[in-house]
Design a protein around this ligand. Sequence first.
Ligand SMILES: *[C@@H]1O[C@H](CO)[C@@H](O)[C@H](O)[C@H]1NC(C)=O
Ligand SMILES: *[C@@H]1O[C@H](CO)[C@@H](O)[C@H](O)[C@H]1NC(C)=O
Ligand SMILES: *[C@@H]1O[C@H](CO)[C@@H](O)[C@H](O)[C@H]1NC(C)=O
Ligand SMILES: *[C@@H]1O[C@H](CO)[C@@H](O)[C@H](O)[C@H]1NC(C)=O
Ligand SMILES: *[C@@H]1O[C@H](CO)[C@@H](O)[C@H](O)[C@H]1NC(C)=O
Length: 492
Amino acid sequence: MKLALPVILVLFQIYFSLATPLNLEQNRYTIVGGENASILDYPYQVEVLYSNSHSCGGSILNNKFILSAAHCFGSAQASDITIRAGSSYSASGGQILQVKTINAHPDYDPYTQENDVAVLELATDLTYGPGVAPIELPSNTTTFVDDQAANATGWGYTVRYGPYAAAQLQHITVSLLTTETCRSKYYNKYLYDSMICAGELGKDTCTGDSGGPLVSGGLQFGIVSWGVCGADGFPGVYAKVTYYLPFIYNITNNCLPISFKTKNPIPDGRVVGGQKASIEDFPYHLSLLFRGNHICGATLIDKKWALTAAHCVQGFDKNLLSLRAGTSIRNADGQILRLKNAVIHPRYASSLVDFDIAILELAEPVTIPNAKPVDLPKEGGQVPYGVMAAVTGWGAMDEDGDYLQVVYLPTMSRESCMRGYGILTQRMFCAGYFGSENKDSCQGDSGGPLVVNGTIYGIVSWGYGCTKKGFPGVYANVPVLSRFIKKVSNLK
Ligand SMILES: *[C@@H]1O[C@H](CO)[C@@H](O)[C@H](O)[C@H]1NC(C)=O
Ligand SMILES: *[C@@H]1O[C@H](CO)[C@@H](O)[C@H](O)[C@H]1NC(C)=O
Ligand SMILES: *[C@@H]1O[C@H](CO)[C@@H](O)[C@H](O)[C@H]1NC(C)=O
Ligand SMILES: *[C@@H]1O[C@H](CO)[C@@H](O)[C@H](O)[C@H]1NC(C)=O
Ligand SMILES: *[C@@H]1O[C@H](CO)[C@@H](O)[C@H](O)[C@H]1NC(C)=O
């Protein structure tokens, strides 16, 4: 064994090193056990091309950045690399985009395969559409368990002189293994903290392209890195995405949507730098409860109707949701209201957090005196840009965390916000500040209101790094979504 393992490791280099001319058994490079798949089911998958030929896989972080593996690039120049997005086929279709910069991890070690991660910056923006959408990354506290199912996709391993990209996208379901479990399968060597595995003993795990994504529950946990295709007892090894979040966020300038799909699926909006607010001044602000506990903000728009974010409601049993009205204190006082119905926008897309709106119908009207509805925007109205808006919510759990907070933030046009996020749809706009000086730029409770002059224009939807980098919060655009509100509620 002592001798055998280094030999295997050397082989890995050859397997996966694009820059090396190869002459290995070719059947090693085919996907075993995969099935034809459609890009429509894996819209985050892209093909990485070297001199217009298939070389690796990758995944879409946003419309400017692609995640892949460092070993795919060797000494390649960005001008040699393009990506194909939105096609199920390795040799045709989709959008072809030029890569502008290859950001391989500076500490990538081609011998140990440590830090096998790269972020590609595109020269032009991807266009989202069918078969083209970003993947969500787990947060640094998201964990998985041994044997949790994951999807690996790709067109197959390939080498410079090899055949061997499958014509059509291949998919296989594999079982995740934590670093600790996998380490023992590699004789407690070669498996670093930055690596995870997938596969079962004796089963082939040689699936997907190098650089391609390993995804479970809509979150990318791994990047295909190395392994011994088909060798008994050696699961495939993947770079651990959570380990590289600081690197990825640094290159992408923090402009990725945060994940709402943590293991504990409670959205985490908060007001930072706000001031104490009284419910009398913001009588429309509601707390959405799950099993009687605050999970999100909501807004009263009528004595029997309220708005919140789709991501606050999705996946929750409606019978266990309720609202609390007319109180400044989280989880205390006010009036508890049962729900008759919760309607999520039919086009709500959790991967993009698009159409992030839900309408709540109350089982009985609000009667507590200090709860009053906010106005809806006029028919055909628009978000007023460059004005100060009131965003309310319960803050972080620490100081004053149980008392309602308000923060006043400038609204920002979608276009100016896109320069930072690069990922906004027509149903989104921003409020807050760019830049690290302004600490007051955090959004309120997820699902809570953004109000200008007594009219609701936004629903707190998503954001990234509000405290550190001063990225503006992103809000669902209520005027753009008002047809849905009117259709469901019949309100004028
Ligand atoms: C998989 O796709 C390829 C190319 O599209 C096709 O030739 C092949 O027949 C398909 N295989 C199956 C089992 O459907
Ligand atoms: C996780 O991320 C948060 C916020 O970015 C940071 O404060 C924390 O230190 C990170 N934790 C670990 C274990 O990296
Ligand atoms: C694998 O992908 C399919 C199709 O997108 C999806 O239905 C399934 O839930 C995914 N499985 C896991 C474990 O994420
Ligand atoms: C972030 O990127 C800058 C510029 O490329 C670099 O100097 C810095 O070390 C990086 N920080 C981390 C945490 O990777
Ligand atoms: C606020 O609303 C009032 C009454 O609806 C209106 O008269 C006033 O012009 C509005 N102010 C702004 C800044 O839009």
